[in-house]
Design a protein around this ligand. Structure first.
Ligand code: SF4
Ligand code: ZN
Ligand code: ZN
Length: 316
């Protein structure tokens, strides 16, 4: 027998939401999901009228769903526009394919997009950086590929956003990402990084603020939304992905969530409470990078530091 939706009582249920005990049809699930994103956007005043929002889209599931949901939401806000920001790290067989999907989606949604590559900004691709890191003789300076990639990617995104006169950069970080990072930082005692896990980053000269419209959405529900709405995204894994520790934390959180549905929301709320307390006692010093002039918590920003280690720039 067909199971009916607990909300409308009419349509066939397609999703069982464990933390509420509700069975939802496609229409009611979509309404719930979009409403949740809208609530987050409004609660933190993430998007205001007249703003140009830069959507950081990689082609993966979360960012492709953000492209559809947030661009539609922004189109309903007075004088609000959207620019899609794409970073091409230069990872053969992986990023080229995902960028193709982003470009296709932007064309079909009629959204402007810009692509910034590692090659253009730093003169090398991520594939080349992976080779170069092996030549670094001091082992402690040989970082994981994702460390170089993450730091340089942030730099390119910021430069693209400044060039495009974007007011804020929306990143598709979801609830699972946030609480995984939280637990990783707690277990490592890295409280300074907990301060970065906030829904909205303030404006600093030279640094475009970031917003996280999916911060209260479960990864599972983003995947369901993509599936139910035929949103195409790139499935492949990056060849440089090494995330043993994060995977353990993710498995632990998923195990706990099966036993205690809703626990992920409680952890997010604990993160916010702890972060607010830390904000009162820890005020990071804000300086300007001696090399590139962008705001930084240390003398040399993270991007310049790794570029220096790779021998791509000289000391000031
Ligand atoms: Fe970059 Fe790591 Fe992501 Fe690959 S998995 S795209 S190397 S951050
Ligand atoms: Zn329904
Ligand atoms: Zn710098």
């Amino acid at each position: 027998m067909e199971v009916k939706c607990d909300k409308c009582g009419r349509n066939r249920a397609v999703y069982f939401q464990r933390y509420t005990g509700l069975r939802l049809c496609k229409g009611c699930f979509n309404k719930y999901f979009i409403g949740k994103v809208k609530k987050t956007v409004m609660k933190y005043r993430m998007i205001r009228s007249g703003e140009n929002i830069g959507l950081a889209v990689s082609g993966g599931k979360d960012s492709m769903v953000m492209l559809h949901v947030v661009s539609r939401m922004a189109s309903k806000i007075k004088d609000c526009s959207v620019t899609v920001l794409v970073v091409d790290e230069g990872i053969k067989g992986f990023r080229d394919e995902s960028i193709r999907l982003v470009v296709e989606a932007c064309r079909s949604l009629d959204l402007p997009y810009v692509i910034g590559s590692f090659r253009k900004f730093f003169g090398v691709t991520m594939d080349e950086i992976v080779e170069m890191r092996l030549k670094i003789s001091e082992r402690r300076l040989r970082r994981r590929p994702c460390t170089y990639c993450g730091v340089l990617r942030r730099k390119v995104l910021n430069e693209l956003a400044l060039d495009e006169e974007v007011d804020k950069i929306a990143v598709a970080s979801n609830l699972d990402d946030e609480i995984q990072a939280f637990l990783m930082n707690v277990t490592r005692g890295d409280y300074a990084r907990i301060l970065r896990l906030k829904p909205v980053h303030e404006h600093t000269e030279g640094f475009v603020p970031r917003i996280k419209p999916f911060r209260e959405c479960l990864e599972e529900e983003i995947a369901i939304f993509a599936f139910l709405n035929d949103i195409r995204y790139h499935y492949g894994d990056c060849p440089y992905l090494v995330e043993a520790y994060r995977r353990d934390i993710r498995n632990f959180l998923n195990y706990m969530d099966v036993k205690r549905p809703g626990i992920k929301f409680s952890i997010l709320s604990s993160l916010d409470k702890l972060r607010e307390m830390l904000e009162k006692i820890y005020v990071p010093a804000l300086r300007t990078c001696k090399i590139c002039g962008t705001p930084s918590s240390s003398e040399i920003c993270a991007a310049c530091k790794v570029l220096k280690e790779l021998g791509l720039i000289d000391s000031p």
